[in-house]
Design a protein around this ligand. Structure first.
Ligand SMILES: Cc1cc2nc3c(=O)[nH]c(=O)nc-3n(C[C@H](O)[C@H](O)[C@H](O)COP(=O)(O)O)c2cc1C
Length: 321
């Protein structure tokens, strides 16, 4: 693992951030086991998976997992989603007992069950709510408040500049922006010109996000947008080396094997054997995706029913490479 640079690249409130690449929040993927690995490899900030404000007041094992983090992950940002400003505030206040470093409000989720009820990207259609959310969080919390937005609801309502300025005026400490509209979902190309325009319009740190897939893309987005950091989602699944700024094709297969084992063991420890095994499948598939592994061996690996079997099959795959 390469040492992280010690000079702050920017500040999250008064917290120095010592890197310019960040793992994106991803429900079902950016859990504590993977964040620990990504952070150790150089991801500069750890975002939780999105947390439903309404669930904060219930007891569930899923919530416990979403809220768990290790000290090595800091700075850790809890990301909340909801459409109700008061509920977001109450949830954030309740979460303070876990001592996160910042609270983020999800204003970008395009999933229908979230956005149609006015949460996630649905908030982009309601600047007045956004103002209430950020203002109340800022006046009640003593830690930084951030937002993750998209460019707007659709092509006709691309209001990211207005929303970004509003969020900044209400006192937020950082904005991450995914360069697509809600309507686009994950289709088309992320608009890096728009990210550049937002960075240019704001004084608070801006993290650019969308379609960064390689070390070259990291540098390209930083140059193109001048944003303070780049956030990587899909391309970072099964590829923590991006946070070391090394392309995966340059990583020896034995190193990949080692990291898969470490990640797998963390997952089993965190979720227990059954759940840990199931949740790790998505990661395993992606760790192996550029290696010459037969469909049959992959299927066998992914359908392992106990951890020991998974590890034996994994060993067989790597011994044959
Ligand atoms: C499986 C999956 C789950 C996601 N979950 C979240 C989430 O919980 N919170 C959030 O703000 N964005 C979430 N996103 C969006 C990503 O953070 C990111 O904005 C998006 O994937 C675009 O970046 P990329 O092109 O690097 O993947 C998710 C994306 C994926 C693919």
């Amino acid at each position: 693992m390469t040492p992280k640079t010690e000079t702050p690249v920017f500040f999250l409130g008064n917290i120095p951030v010592k890197g310019n690449v960040v793992l994106a929040p991803m429900d079902g993927l950016s859990d504590s086991p993977y964040r620990r690995i990504a952070r150790a490899f150089g991801s500069a900030i750890s975002y939780s998976e999105f947390i439903n404000a309404q669930e904060v007041f219930t007891n569930s094992q899923n919530l416990d997992h979403q809220l768990s983090f290790s000290e090595t992950e800091r700075p850790i940002i809890y990301q909340i989603y909801d459409d109700e400003p008061d509920r977001i505030l109450s949830a954030a206040e309740k979460l303070m007992s876990f001592h996160p470093d910042a609270i983020d409000v999800n204003m970008g989720c395009s999933v229908k069950r979230v956005s149609r009820r006015g949460a996630g990207a649905g908030l982009l259609q309601s600047p007045e709510r956004i103002a209430r959310i950020i203002t109340s969080l800022k006046s009640h919390l003593s830690i930084p408040v951030t937002a993750k937005i998209r460019l707007g609801w659709d092509e006709e309502q691309k209001n990211f500049l207005e929303i970004g300025k509003l969020i900044e005026e209400c006192g937020a400490d950082l904005i991450a922006v995914h360069g697509r509209t809600k309507e686009q979902g994950y289709r088309g190309k992320a608009n890096w010109d728009a990210i550049a325009a937002l960075k240019n319009a704001l004084s608070i740190p801006v993290i650019g996000n969308g379609d960064v897939q390689s070390v070259e893309d990291i540098e390209k987005m930083l140059r193109h947008t001048q944003c303070d950091a780049v956030m990587i989602g899909r391309a970072a699944i099964g590829n923590p080396w991006l946070f070391q700024k090394i392309n995966k094709e340059n990583i020896p297969s034995q190193e990949i094997y080692k990291v898969i084992q470490t990640h797998f063991n963390l997952s089993i420890e965190f979720y227990g054997a059954e759940d840990g095994l199931v949740r790790f499948r998505k990661h395993a598939k992606r760790y192996l995706d550029h290696l010459p592994v037969s469909k049959e061996s992959l299927l066998q690996l992914l359908t392992s029913t106990i951890p020991a079997q998974f590890l034996i099959r994994l060993d067989r795959i790597f011994s044959s490479l």
